[in-house]
Design a protein around this ligand. Structure first.
Ligand code: B16
Ligand code: MG
Length: 215
């Protein structure tokens, strides 16, 4: 029986995937990597430094920069991203997600955030959703990013629940792999998430009844 939900943030709760995309696109142009929809998808859920490596590799530039230069590139991307994040308001919560969080809260489920983003506390603040979550897994304390299961294992610990009583909600393939690897119920939102236990096309379709209908 599911007693807690671990939420991905970017692309699930917050309409920020477009901001990450915009800021990485700018970075790709700068290093000379062609920006494609496939590359944009491959970056979803992936940590900042791993995303940078994927962009450099896609253009054959992985050996063109020192470690310090890579950190500077990632910092530049993040500065651009943070400027976009500061424009967020509660209107940028993805359709239906506020209602779903309210439904879960009212039904007494545990809720934690399992986002790879170091900017997650800031984003939740601008969306005025901070109080919904009993904890935020700190990605800085993890040794491996998604698709490694670590972040979802930590999410279960934060709620004091065994993994089989936890459901994870994700919009990215890397995230679904992480949930499945942790032994939790995976709920995928978006296209191309074939490994998800429960699948939705849009955030607006997600509710407890709609999940139960697929179990
Ligand atoms: P930051 P999620 C992920 O968040 C994003 O999907 C991914 O695009 C981003 O690179 C990653 O967070 C790290 O974010 O640079 O803000 O630390 O989908 O796991 O909520
Ligand atoms: Mg995501």
């Amino acid at each position: 029986e599911i007693k807690g939900f671990a939420f991905d943030m970017d692309g699930v709760i917050a309409d920020t995937a477009r901001f990450h995309g915009q800021a990485w696109h700018q970075l790709a142009d700068k290093v000379g990597t062609t920006w494609t929809p496939e590359l944009a998808d491959a970056l979803k859920g992936v940590s900042r430094m791993d995303s940078l490596e994927l962009i450099l590799k896609a253009g054959g530039h992985e050996n063109d920069y020192s470690q310090d230069e890579k950190v500077a590139l990632a910092t530049e991307k993040n500065d651009n991203y943070v400027k976009l994040v500061e424009t967020l308001t509660p209107a940028d919560i993805l359709p239906g997600m506020k209602a779903f969080l309210d439904e879960l809260k009212a039904a007494g489920y545990h809720l934690v955030l399992a986002s790879a983003s170091k900017n997650a506390p800031k984003v939740l603040k601008y969306l005025q959703l901070t109080d919904y979550f009993e904890g935020i897994v700190d990605p800085a304390k993890l040794s491996k990013g998604k698709p490694d299961p670590e972040i979802y294992v930590e999410a279960a610990k934060t709620m004091n629940l065994p993994v089989n009583e936890v459901a994870g909600v994700e919009d990215a393939q890397a995230g679904i792999q992480a949930i499945n690897g942790a032994g939790e119920l995976s709920i995928g939102i978006g296209s191309g998430l074939k490994d998800a236990d429960v699948k939705f096309n849009e955030t607006s379709e997600v509710s407890l009844d709609a999940i139960k209908a697929q179990l």
